[in-house]
Design a protein around this ligand. Structure first.
Ligand SMILES: [Zn+2]
Length: 276
């Protein structure tokens, strides 16, 4: 039996990075979208409809038709540009795992993608990998030959990924998604934010360790008598900038929901109590 090869020489997929030109407080420098040119010219993620993104997409296509847009998930910075692309590219198909109430915000006629679907893209094919946690509809797209994973918001180099409890974020699902991706043994991750990740396992294992460490800190805070997400945030995220407090609070709630499902904490109105 041979081990899975990480060698990708000669198996590189042709990828054109196209920046979505949408810097901001939530997106940092903004999003990367990825064009796979070829017989099925495919754009991964729609951006936000910024004129510079649309123009850069046209330049990269060099007059070729855009066959499809694959959307990793229905957060604004990945999906809201779909109608603007649809207006300019009227034959283009739009495909994602459906999240109906959210998809309706930026209406295009989405065709559903299911976990494991193989999708012709560029001059090759990608496999859809359902990776919920950051969002319930989150998909990564896997290019087997080059062991390249277009990973959306599953990972961002040098940062952690936001698990928004109020937007159906699910920490337990996120941890399971990380394990699933580690098991693929990707050679590189192409994230929507930040640089390409050339050491996927280190980064993904680091996320898992970080979450388990955070979980311990939250359990310690509960043992110290903190009972509300506010109190826990004040202890665990000491000195955090005020504008980041709501995100930290959502992250703490995501941890509490996971711990509740594991019967390690229980909720009593707006208070959280450790079990046992
Ligand atoms: Zn997102």
């Amino acid at each position: 039996m041979s081990l899975p090869s990480r060698t990708t020489e000669g198996l590189r997929v042709n990828i054109v990075p196209i920046h979505a030109a949408n810097p901001g407080p939530m997106t940092g420098e903004g999003n990367w979208t990825w064009l796979l040119p070829g017989t099925e010219a495919t754009l991964i993620d729609a951006g936000t409809g910024a004129p510079r993104h649309l123009a850069a997409l046209d330049d990269a296509l060099r007059g070729a038709p855009l066959a499809q847009v694959l959307v990793t998930h229905a957060h604004t910075d990945h999906a809201s540009g779909a109608p603007a692309i649809a207006t300019r590219h009227q034959e283009t198909r739009f495909r994602k795992m459906l999240w109906r109430e959210r998809d309706a915000k930026w209406p295009v006629p989405y065709e559903p993608i299911a976990d494991g679907d193989r999708i012709a893209a560029g001059d090759t094919s990608l496999v859809a990998i359902h990776t919920p946690g950051h969002a319930p509809d989150h998909l990564c797209f896997w290019h087997e030959d080059s062991r390249t994973l277009f990973c959306g918001d599953l990972a961002v180099k040098g940062g952690t990924v936001w698990i928004p409890a109020s937007l159906q974020g699910d920490l337990a699902a996120y941890l399971a998604s990380l394990e699933r991706v580690i098991a693929l043994a990707p050679a590189r991750l192409m994230p929507a934010h930040g640089p390409v990740i050339e050491e996927p396992e280190t980064v993904l294992r680091g996320y898992i360790d970080h979450r388990l460490e955070r979980e311990q800190q939250i359990l310690d805070a509960l043992r110290h008598g903190d009972q509300t997400p506010d109190e826990i945030v004040a202890r665990v995220y000491r000195g955090l900038k005020p504008q980041l407090l709501p995100m930290a609070q959502e992250g703490v709630i995501a941890h509490l929901v996971k711990l509740e499902a594991e019967s390690r904490v229980r909720q009593d109105a707006d208070r959280w109590l450790i079990v046992g």
